[in-house]
Design a protein. Sequence first.
Length: 128
Amino acid sequence: MEDNTKSTRHAKYNLNYHFVWIPKYRRNVLKGKKKDRVKDLLKEIASEKNFEILEIEVMPDHIHLFVSCPPRISPAKAINYFKGISARRYNQLYDDKIKWTRSYFVGSAGNVSAETIERYIQEQEEKL
């Protein structure tokens, strides 16, 4: 199993979030050049914020983004960066405007399961 642990000055972490969000009214607008532009903007934002995009897929009516973020960034803050900055920059650069809904999905993932963590904690109690 790979060790995907990253570091900040004060923490070691492996926090990965799966985000899904949609354009306003879930219209099939993320196609062709718009799809490519949005994907490029999301990669640019991740680079600027020192996030690592693990996987990205822009579908005609929604976006899947699997990203690793440091622990000081909450999932809510991360998605606000991606949605807010991408819409603002896209609309400044291009005439075919884009608008996201306020809602989104987020799931978390790391390299261990909840059962593994529970077992580890129980084993610590047994060592006392």
